[in-house]
Unconditional design. Sequence first.
Length: 115
Amino acid sequence: MISVANEIADAGYDPQGRSSEDLLDLAESRVFQIAESRANKDEGPKSIDRILESTVSRIEELFQRPHDGVTGVSTGYTDLDKKTAGLQKSDLIIVAARPSMGKTTFAMNLAETPR
């Protein structure tokens, strides 16, 4: 990405007779090549068979594991774990409260809880 940015900048400083439109086309195509190269070829529609297979295997895995209802990472707080099933990979946790209510202590306890 940096080399492409340098190439675009160099072309801007030394256009070698190219018009502004040509330089914009060059920049656009080079940036598009970066985006295209990182596109995952496995994206797009998936068959229901693959989705069901992975879903059923995940459900079986969760059923076999003794977890007391916790499917994510335990917080160390039993009541919180019962309500949230633990901290999940896809969750964005926001700890909000008024000043001096214990937000930092709570977050440190979560971070230091043995897994």
